[in-house]
Design a binder for this molecule. Sequence first.
Ligand SMILES: [Fe+2]
Length: 585
Amino acid sequence: MNILGLNAFHGDASAALLSDGQLIAAVEEERFNRIKHWAGFPALAAKSCLRDIDPASLGHVAISRDPKAHLWRKLGRVVARPGDWTRLVSRARNTIKVANLAESLVTSGVARPDQVRIHHVEHHHAHLASAFFASPFEESAIVSIDGFGDFSSLMWGVGKGNRFDVRGAVRFPHSLGLFYTAFTQFLGFPKYGDEYKMMGLSAYGEPRFVEKVRDVVRASDDQIRLNLDYFVHHSEGVEMSWNDCEPTVGRVYSAKLPEVFGPARVPRSELEQKHSDLAASVQAVLEERYFEILNYVQRETGQKKLCLAGGVALNCVANGMIFEKTPFRDVYIQAASHDAGTSIGAALYVSHQVLKQPRRFVMRHVYYGPEHSESDIRKELDDSGVHYHPLSEEELVDRTARQIADGHIVGWFQGRMEFGPRALGNRSILADPRRHDMKDILNKRIKFREHFRPFCPSVLAEATGEFFETDYPSPFMVQAYRIKLQQRERIPAVTHQDGTGRLQTVEKDVNPLYWKLLRRFGDLTGVPILINTSFNENEPIVNTPKEALDCFLRTNMDVLVIGPFFLHKSENVRHSQNRRALTEA
Ligand SMILES: [Fe+2]
């Protein structure tokens, strides 16, 4: 049985394919059309997912939005605010459009339309399913927490076997995610998905505004309550603009925020200490409310295991403290907790909750994107005329580890592309975490990021406890653990200002080649850890060999390891100069 999941006309549009209960493909549309967070219909992503199956065998399409969900609440809002009618109608039209496009995509010339059943899965049901049904747990508490989706911002329940029951929810206009977005905008980070920047900045501040920030959002039992005096989303609506389908969220905070906290920071203006202090205060209050909710859910369910999804569940700083601040003893966080992951969740929801199929799948990795054969890669390299060396796996691993240990920056392109926001060792830029200056070098030469954003470590799973205070798997880089005091000087380039590292623990059976590279680097240096940042330069993560080669040639990367082929910049100077000249032209 094949089920196609879609997140469409929403930020981070994506597609996922579930086949006989196993996830066999998942990819974001932005990786194909090269527009970050793209929010249209994921036609290319869907085609990529369906490439290896007979389209006639597709029985179900699951869309992670449901215009009928909470319809009475939505209509009640329209009665109170007639201006919202246009927005409601436009969303309903989008949903119908998704269904029509999905149907035509999968049935065009292949099957009769009545062979495919279209399912609308409520947004938070899709988030909950993406966490619990992908987890290894037979039974657990589940929490989905984000900005908004289908009129809710939080939903929680209990999963058991192949179903879950919802026990509570927070409805519009209250939202912990929106609280965080408001301050992210206020601090001069206006783009969709910029919340992680404020999280990075928070480590540089003192939470001296925490009392004032507490007045903006409160939690009681499982309810989040915004002080609506600080917001306009409920009174004026939130304008989402879709320039070239790149989503931008309109201002969500009211004039009261600058009245209380001083003038908003102008984007790209100088960052002052008070900005870091405010970020630290907002992060501290988010954590308070997050753990109040999680502890309530734990008390109500009695569960010791927790599954998490939703955009707020990407707050790795808070996630890193779950064992310290709650009685939960096991946690599974969906790697694509943001809305891209709802394509997987919608498909899993239909498989288990609707069709009552047994669970056969645990999502232990994110390598569900396209793959390129050795011959395709070789053809790309030959066509471009670059100089390269084919190497055996052992030589490839050894030479790459030595290059990194010598301070070189390596582009690493292997296997299937990652799904979700993090590069996890298949489309990664790798560097030496032992060097104090490596963060600045990476920023000056390739990434051009704000100074306060950390670079993150991949660590050999077996060595987690040697370097980190928490020795618990973190395979998706969605938890930040404190680095042991005595180890911080050994890995300064991945030690954030607050002493934490947002780590990826790498297990041998999950990614054997990357594991071997980490082990070899550990053998050479005594530190089985690498800086791992996404393989891109101000663009979505590279997808094809051509994009990887282009990025290598136009940036100041030293080495490209692509499949079994090894390229050194020093042997490709002319190609690099030509590529840069082309970029500048
Ligand atoms: Fe969401």
